[in-house]
Each structure stands twice: as C-alpha cells, then as structure tokens.
Design a protein around this ligand. Structure first.
Ligand SMILES: C[S@@+](CC[C@H](N)C(=O)[O-])C[C@H]1O[C@@H](n2cnc3c(N)ncnc32)[C@H](O)[C@@H]1O
Length: 230
C-alpha cells in the first residue's frame, strides 16, 4: 500500500475534503456574486478577503495526479505556490515519503492558513518533509538554492508568470511545472500559458483537462533557438 492510501493520510484527507466542501460552499457563492457585481475577468487577487478562510483546494483527482507525477519523477525537491490548508501539500509530501525523502517548500501569505496547514501536515506525519514559507511568495521563495524537480503553481493566477520567472534558473532539466485553474481563470493565466507554450522559452507544455484544468510543462535542457537560426 502506498502512503497516500494508508492511515493516517487517507483518513485525514477524507476529513479535509469533507470539511472543504462544507466550509467553502457559502464562501464560493458570495465570491460568485462579487464576481458578477464587478464584471470583467475573474481575478482571484480581488477576492483575497473572501478566500482568507476558504480551502479552495485541488480536488481528489488533481491531488492524486500530483502525487503520481512526483512519484514517477522520483521528485526530491518540490516547491508549491499556494499552500492554503495543505491539501495539495499532503499529496506532494506523500510522494516524497514514497520516494525515500525530500522537501516540499510551500508558500502561503495568510498566517491562519499556515498555522492550520502545519497542523494538518503534522497529523499526516509529514512535518519533517515540509518547509513552510509565510508571506508573499515573491519574497519568501526568492532564496531557494537547490535545483527544483517539481513546481506546483496554485496561488493567485496573475502571479504564475512572476513566480515562474523568480524560480526559472533553479529548475533542473526535466523539471515538471504544474499550473492549476486553467478552466476557471483563463484570462488571468493567459500570459503564463503564452510563455510556457512558446517553444523558444525551453518548455514542452500540455493542457490536462482534469479538475479545474492543469497545464503540465517540462523544462527542456536549454531554451530552444528560434526556427531558421543555427
Ligand atoms: C487555490 S489556494 C491553494 C490551494 C492549495 N494548493 C490546495 O490545493 O489545498 C491559493 C492560496 O494561495 C495563497 N496565495 C495567493 N497569492 C499568494 C502570494 N503572493 N504569496 C503566498 N501565498 C499566496 C492564497 O492565500 C491561497 O490560500
């Protein structure tokens, strides 16, 4: 049996997913009303106050997909933008446990969420695998030194490209970058997708239509030359 499907992790995830459903339902309906009132593209940064106590987590399938990718790659150094209450972090840490060890560095700017995520990761038995960075990810992730095997982007969408660029030099060849919420906020994610799908930037990138829509990109050995240039 793998760590994800064993106790205490499986039972904890059952509880957290159930709590997320109950807790988030009224928050999401208030946020939806606010989006309609504002008009224009759905920019999650403008809803930060609504979401300060919401899980807004990956769903079960996406969580399992993250776990499977990290397992297949034998990831050791994982970085996550957007911890919330730690549901995706638990999936990533479970893969590290099954890979024999490693570290998830995870960034979250809401102190109450960091506190709760710490408790959840401790309850899962993964406290030794996780380095919590509290504050704005653009600052707290700036000092990462190890080559990054896998990067999961799930904070505010307008920051995907700035966070990627902050970490780009640390991505090892073959690094996997996963970005969530393509289907929910296409306008906010467009600059990131345009960059990742421009082959000259050195990625091979594909949309995976599960959960809220994922873009999975692989860092090539080096950025590609433009066609026609030697
Ligand atoms: C969609 S939720 C993350 C859900 C989490 N990955 C999961 O599946 O359980 C996005 C989180 O990113 C956090 N966030 C957004 N922008 C941030 C920033 N600049 N620095 C740190 N955290 C940020 C938000 O506070 C929010 O909790």
């Amino acid at each position: 049996m793998n760590t994800l499907d064993s106790s205490p992790v499986a039972r904890l995830l059952d509880r957290l997913f159930a709590e997320a459903d109950t807790n988030d339902a009224p928050i999401l309906s208030r946020a939806k009303a606010e989006i309609e009132r504002r008009g224009g593209p759905h920019d999650d940064r403008l809803l930060a106050d609504h979401f300060a106590k919401a899980f807004i987590s990956v769903d079960r399938l996406t969580g399992r997909f993250l776990y499977t990718l990290a397992l297949a790659q034998r990831s050791r150094n994982v970085v996550e933008f957007g911890t919330s209450f730690g549901i995706s972090t638990i999936h990533l840490a479970a893969a590290l446990r099954d890979n024999g060890g490693g570290r998830v560095i995870t960034a979250e700017e809401v102190p109450g969420k960091v506190r709760q995520a710490r408790e959840n990761l401790t309850a899962a038995g993964f406290r030794d695998l996780v380095d919590f960075r509290e504050g704005d990810a653009l600052q707290t992730l700036a000092d990462i030194e190890d080559p990054i095997d896998l990067l999961f982007l799930d904070g505010w969408k307008a920051l995907y490209l700035p966070v990627l660029k902050l970490l780009e030099a640390k991505l090892r060849p073959g690094a996997i970058i996963i970005a969530d919420d393509l289907a929910v906020m296409p306008e906010m994610i467009k600059p990131y997708l345009d960059y990742m799908r421009d082959f000259q930037q050195g990625y091979t990138s594909i949309e995976i239509p599960i959960g809220d829509g994922l873009e999975v990109s692989i860092r090539s050995r080096s950025p590609q030359p433009a066609p026609g240039r030697s």
